[in-house]
Write a protein that binds this ligand. Structure first.
Ligand code: ADP
Ligand code: ASP
Ligand code: MG
Length: 404
């Protein structure tokens, strides 16, 4: 008998029919002789509608109340899933994050899991139940409901799998696994049989939303091997695990596109020592995460400084640097969300040369202008115009021979 964690994302539990299909799969797994813990997301679109509803009532809602609100999405699904299993004659009990023993820090809307005490989960399993845990949520030590950041049900599943020492952790979604690129953008993308934690982490952090980046980080830290697969069929998925020497033979594992980016430019900045320090200290003091930075060549003693942030921080970033304009004698602040970040990822990059040159040549041939570049050991990212993102992703995907 194995202990199995199965996580079902929003589209896998989108309506009663989908919930019934998941219940059937879960029941079958249990009937094969396994103990099953199920982690579920809110039904497709529910989290987004709750956010929209909150905005109608307050432009900037208190984060504690956002967590109380958003956690209801997953709470709805656990109860419905339990009912669907009961209807099939399977014993099942739903638990909120707190009831499942998930304790987080107090950082509302992006809480970190501090520890999990899965006593109740084990007891219920031992009594023959399927245990259904609400994804994306926990409770702070002083009793407040917290949420784990968008896509956080992935983290719930992986953290529970680590805490109960599950034999298998399966992440069920609406695609057959992790592909060489988002199959919705690159139609000839290929499903990967396996991928290393580091590559999955980079792809996730660079915009491939198939896994939440923090959940992959957690899996790597606690060595939770997991499989990403489809809840719509029985095809084998993608195994995510520690790298093997064979994996290095492949130079590029995948291409990621992040369309939720913004570029803020401070134009006409006097080119003298101390200005960049002042600008970026101001942004840091406002707790805004900066990704890429470029400073143009100085012309007649003036230059432009541009940096990128997540699109949802664009307004705040522009407002934060605006007061610096008169102070440092700059001309103006220009902010645009019409940019995208395109990245290639692969641990093979460590041992192969010429990868950047090949990427840039492909973009040049496709007449795509590169606005900014950043690299690390296993990735190269470029900032380009939003309108170029899809054609650029397809061209890069072809150049590196990733297609099926
Ligand atoms: P869930 O609701 O199951 O958590 P998500 O919508 O969060 O599912 O993630 C699945 C989606 O991720 C897919 O539908 C796909 O469009 C997108 N995606 C982005 N990059 C990739 C990739 N490299 N491989 C597979 N899917 C990807
Ligand atoms: N419901 C949450 C979200 O939409 C968490 C998740 O689906 O993983 O972000
Ligand atoms: Mg998801």
């Amino acid at each position: 008998m194995s202990l199995i964690v199965q996580k079902f994302g929003g589209s896998s539990v989108a309506d009663a029919t989908r919930i019934r299909a998941v219940a059937e799969r879960v029941q079958k797994t249990q009937q094969e002789g396994h103990q099953v813990v199920v982690a579920v997301s809110a039904m497709k679109g529910v989290t987004d509608s709750l956010i929209e509803l909150a905005r109608q009532l307050h432009p900037d809602p208190v984060e504690r109340e956002m967590d109380v609100l958003l956690s209801t999405g997953e709470q709805t699904t656990i109860a419905l899933m339990a009912m669907a299993l009961h209807a099939r004659g399977t014993k099942a009990v739903s638990l909120t994050g707190a009831q499942a023993g998930i304790v987080t820090d107090g950082w509302h809307t992006k809480a970190k899991i501090a520890n999990i005490t899965p006593r109740r989960v084990h007891e219920l399993l031992d009594e023959g139940n399927v245990v259904i845990v609400a994804g994306f949520q926990g409770m702070s030590p002083d009793g407040h409901i917290t949420t784990l950041g968008r896509g956080g049900s992935d983290l719930t599943a992986i953290a529970i799998a680590a805490a109960i020492k599950a034999d298998i952790c399966q992440i069920y979604t609406d695609v057959d696994g992790v592909y060489t690129s988002d199959p919705r953008i690159v139609p000839n993308a290929r499903k990967l049989d396996e991928i290393s934690y580091d590559e999955m982490l980079e792809l996730a952090a660079l915009g491939s939303k198939v896994m939440q980046a923090r959940s992959v980080e957690f899996a790597k830290k606690f060595n939770v091997i997991f499989e990403v697969r489809s809840s719509f069929n029985n095809n084998p998925g993608t195994i995510v695990k520690e790298e093997t020497s064979k994996m290095e033979d492949v130079v590029i594992r995948g291409v990621a596109v992040d369309r939720n980016q913004a570029k803020v430019t401070i134009a006409g900045v006097p080119d003298k020592p101390g200005i960049a320090a002042q600008v970026f200290q101001t942004v840091a003091d406002a707790n805004i995460n900066i990704d890429m930075i470029v400073q143009n060549v100085s012309e007649k003693g003036f230059t432009d400084i541009s940096f990128t942030v997540a699109a949802n921080e664009a307004k705040k970033a522009a407002a934060t640097v605006q007061p610096l304009v008169p102070e440092i004698g700059a001309r103006e602040v220009i902010s645009t969300e019409a940019v995208a970040k395109l990245s290639i990822v692969g641990i093979g990059m460590r041992s192969h040369t010429g990868v950047a040159a090949k990427m840039f040549k492909t973009l040049a041939d496709a007449k795509v202008n590169i606005e900014m570049i950043s690299t690390s050991e296993i990735k190269i990212s470029v900032m380009i115009e939003l309108d170029d993102a899809e054609k650029a992703a397809r061209a890069i995907h072809d150049t590196f021979g990733l297609a099926q």
